[in-house]
Design a binder for this molecule. Structure first.
Ligand code: SF4
Length: 311
């Protein structure tokens, strides 16, 4: 697409959003041209807060399906659209509500903490949701004598055990994108880029090892935490271990600094299913509506509201 065509389509998207009274929310992993037309770009926690607070009558969610479901649960009186219904998540698909019910039956006294990357049906079986931005605070808010079932991300769970000192029962799920970033990637860069700071997402396959073997240049952060860190750091070079879409936002918000991916292959094909063209079609043709069955939504809402409330 030429730059002129791109600019015309971005104008079209903004005009349609105004006409339809829709707010455009985009995840940090979205393609740059979608991020650039969004009213708000952020991580799951920030986007959930925006979805809960918006005055617009509709939300177009440029992210993956569980995120649009979360917006629909938080704003049941608004229409929530996703530009491509096939934008799923390998991590959310790693546990079903039936599997969680069986796990709870084996551990009847445990508190269930679910990472936000789960379906609405799984959230409905959950006590607390969390994101990587507030997972530590959520675990610390639970009385120390309570057993915790943490799901579905293995690496985030291992990292939480280290930073909170709590023993967790952890579901063995993983995100194929983050699990693919291995300790060897970090070790190689630590040698090859002695002037760089390492920003590592806790979902990564290397995160728990980074906690053990990383150095003072290694920082385990949510994507929002990466943006804040890069903006305020006096350093100029950063190596980033998460989905590569975040590089666009980092470069925009911390201009003049150098950002490089630890792995060029850390690319989420689900996030990249959302294109500017599909976003335009979504607003123009009012598709695809994401709705959550009211009883499931009511049960899931409590867990999500606890997540949104904990900083
Ligand atoms: S990057 Fe991983 S966790 Fe995030 S949406 Fe893609 S598959 Fe899911």
């Amino acid at each position: 697409m030429s730059l002129a065509t791109l600019a015309t389509m971005q104008d079209e998207v903004k005009a349609l959003a105004r006409e339809r009274d829709a707010v455009i929310l985009a995840h940090n992993y979205q393609v740059p041209e979608v991020q650039d037309v969004a009213d708000y770009v952020g991580d799951s926690l920030g986007l959930s807060r925006q979805a809960a607070a918006t005055q617009a009558s509709a939300i177009v969610f440029c992210g993956v399906h569980f995120m649009a479901e979360t917006a629909a649960i938080l704003s049941p009186d608004k229409t929530v659209l996703i530009p491509d219904l096939d934008a799923g998540c390998s991590l959310a698909a790693s546990i079903t509500a039936d599997q969680l019910r069986a796990w709870k039956a084996e551990n009847p006294d445990a508190v269930v903490v679910s990472y936000v990357n789960t379906t609405a049906d799984v959230k409905a079986e959950t006590d607390y949701c969390c994101t990587s931005g507030n997972a530590k605070a959520v675990i610390e808010a639970i009385p120390a004598d309570r057993e915790i079932l943490f799901l579905p991300d293995l690496y985030l769970g291992l990292w939480l055990e280290r930073v909170t000192g709590r023993r967790l029962k952890i579901w063995m799920g993983e995100c194929h994108v983050h699990a693919g970033i291995r300790p060897a990637d970090i070790v190689r860069w630590q040698e090859e880029a002695p002037d760089a700071e390492f920003l590592v997402h806790p979902e990564c396959g290397c995160a728990s090892q980074c906690m053990a073997f990383g150095n003072e240049r290694t920082h385990i952060l949510s994507t929002e935490g990466m943006v804040k860190f890069a903006k305020s750091s006096p350093k100029n070079r950063f190596l980033v271990a998460t989905e590569v879409g975040i590089l666009h936002r980092l470069a925009k918000e911390a201009p003049g600094k150098r950002f490089e991916p630890v792995s060029e292959e850390a690319l989420c094909r689900y996030m990249k299913m959302i294109t500017l063209e599909k976003l335009r079609d979504s607003l123009r043709d009012w598709k695809h509506v994401v709705a959550v069955e009211p009883e499931t939504a009511a049960r899931a809402r409590l867990a999500i509201e606890r997540m949104v409330a904990i900083a």
